[in-house]
Design a protein around this ligand. Structure first.
Ligand code: GLU
Length: 327
């Protein structure tokens, strides 16, 4: 009995040692481009299931699996941008969808990444505009961002880029979290909260139309709160990754007029540790199968090779760079 226990301990130690032999640090080895007979695993970090990252990431996984020999890609639901960059940093995912403002903060060690600079973060491509949509229901008496004071505000999931946008926009209106009742909710949870009356207003930074908002609009008179030009300009001055954006009337059935707000850009990122040939293959597979991207969400139509480096505030990965430089 005693002997077999000792044997077990020895076995575990040996296994532990063997598992640790891969290199000096504990990080998993970065995947190389797949040889025809070898499997390569690629995890794609997205966002909540009621957003745009999630269906797009699913489409990307499908494209990679169909077009790259040995590929085993899958998309996972996450808290979105900030969480995704941490997943890249920790080697837990190889590819992630993130906002360009958040990627910039990570690469430069500013804002939520102050003293936590993520050296490894590199860009694959800039994809489409993500609109900051401040969503409420008619009759709540919320006409401007100033009216958010004292309200139950869904500011985005913990680890989302949305949450940073909510904070920065309110800041321009002189509002802090101390003035509101902040709730860290995914888009789906925020939509349910608005429908049930447990939330007064929600920030949604995502490609429009966003499924979560369409879901509320199916039952309620959705209203969108604007970020008017003067406030947008003050915001852009302080945080240059924002741009002015109009949400066209009828994007959601009950919002008939155009609404002024701001937007950032969605981008695809990876780690400098991921093999250049693999990143090249993924980039090429995506841009040669844009129909599948388009079928995943309306914003997929804006994913184009010609605009793939627009608003890219971080270093482009060598594999993606090779693809974009090809004729
Ligand atoms: N941009 C959002 C965020 O990082 C996620 C958007 C989406 O899920 O489509 O918070």
């Amino acid at each position: 009995m005693k002997k077999s226990f000792a044997l077990l301990v020895v076995c575990m130690l040996v296994i532990g040692l063997l598992a640790g032999c891969g290199g000096g640090d504990k990080k998993p080895a970065a995947p190389a481009a797949p040889a025809a007979d070898k499997k390569v695993f690629v995890n794609i970090a997205t966002g909540g299931t009621a957003g745009v990252y999630y269906p797009l990431g699913g489409a990307m996984a499908e494209i990679f699996n169909k077009n790259i020999p040995g590929m085993n890609a899958s998309a996972q639901s996450t808290g979105a941008s900030v969480a995704n960059i941490n997943l890249i940093k920790d080697g837990k995912v190889e590819v992630a969808l993130v906002q360009n403002d958040i990627a910039y903060y990570a690469a430069n060690g500013t804002e939520m990444f102050k003293d936590k600079k993520v050296e490894a973060i590199q860009g694959i491509a800039s994809l489409y505009n993500e609109t900051i949509q401040i969503v409420t229901i008619e009759g709540k008496g919320i006409k401007t961002v100033a009216d958010l004071k004292g309200k139950r505000v869904a500011v985005g999931a913990l680890g989302s880029g949305t949450e940073a946008n909510a904070r920065q926009i309110m800041e321009i209106f002189g509002i802090t979290y101390a003035d509101i009742k902040p709730q860290y909710l995914s888009f789906g949870e925020a939509a349910n909260g608005l429908k049930d009356g447990n939330i007064d207003v929600a920030f949604v930074t995502a490609g429009a139309p966003t499924a979560a908002i369409q879901d509320i609009a199916a039952q309620h008179k959705v209203a969108l709160v604007s970020v008017p030009a003067d406030k947008a300009e003050a915001l852009i001055k302080k945080y240059p990754f924002y741009a002015k954006q109009t949400i066209k009337g009828k994007t959601y059935p009950t919002v008939t007029e155009d609404v002024q707000t701001v937007a950032v850009k969605a981008m695809l990122v990876t780690s400098s540790k991921v093999d250049a040939d693999l990143v090249y293959k993924m980039t090429k597979a995506m841009y040669t199968n844009l129909d599948r991207i388009k079928s995943a969400h309306a914003q997929g139509a804006n994913v184009q090779k010609a605009t793939a480096l627009e608003g890219m505030g971080i270093k482009v990965h060598a594999g993606a760079d090779k693809f974009f430089k090809e004729k």
